[in-house]
Design a protein. Structure first.
Length: 227
């Protein structure tokens, strides 16, 4: 479901849109505030494909050389070559699966130099001497600038390569997910009574904690351990 007034999508709507984009091999960027479930949605999509594999890369923790690789001298050819990072799938590794999802999480929290290195990979599906196998699909995610996290403005040419979705909390979608994922009945019962408390993040608030679908999952885990 899409909110046409604010151009946001619910989790189920995001899943449908991402699946469609991936089948067309179009890179897609999922925007949203912290704790809303962006990473979990990508994992669910990967699991929905047959014989699939998810590669989860926290791009904010990478350096530019982590993407392009390290140059070394090849004495046989007498030239400098690039050693591709092991996290990126080789043709041999990719051949084991029908679908591979390359998830570049926290992409706009990565330093501009890292985003620049990722630019060629996303734009041309290759970087240096490395080429993405044909069955690799790219999804990226990040927080919005308004969320007051550590973010950098994405270069316009890179942003133009993506299909963009902004995720919003939807209680009905969360309720369906909570039943499928065995969330504690007390959490489900309380939030069914007080739906507004599912998510109360305010980037202007000085509070160190706030309610999100992710934090309610933590509460569920704690209740199960106590019980």
């Amino acid at each position: 479901m899409m909110d046409t007034a604010t151009r946001t999508v619910s989790p189920n709507g995001a899943k449908a849109s991402i699946k469609h984009a991936l089948k067309k091999k179009r890179p897609i960027f999922l925007w949203g505030p912290p704790g809303i479930g962006k990473s979990d949605i990508v994992r669910q999509i990967s699991d929905s494909f047959s014989n699939s594999h998810l590669i989860d890369i926290r791009l904010s923790l990478w350096e530019p050389t982590d993407i392009k690789g390290i140059p070394y001298f090849d004495s046989n050819s007498g030239t400098m070559v690039w050693g591709a990072p092991s996290e990126l799938p080789s043709e041999e590794f990719a051949a084991q699966f029908d679908h591979i999802t390359l998830f570049l999480d926290e992409m706009n929290s990565a330093a501009p130099s890292v985003q620049a290195a990722a630019y060629q990979l996303i734009l041309n599906r290759r970087v240096g001497q490395y080429k993405l196998p044909d069955n690799v699909m790219i999804v990226a995610a990040g927080n919005r600038e308004a969320d007051k996290g550590v973010t950098y403005r994405m270069p316009a040419p890179l942003a133009n390569r993506f299909i963009h979705l902004e995720l919003a909390v939807n209680f009905d979608d969360w309720f369906q997910w909570s039943i499928n994922n065995n969330i504690h009945k007390d959490v489900v019962g309380f939030l069914t009574f007080s739906k507004k408390d599912l998510y109360d993040f305010d980037p202007k608030s000085p509070s160190r904690s706030f309610a999100t679908p992710r934090s309610w999952s933590f509460v569920s885990e704690l209740l199960r351990r106590i019980g």
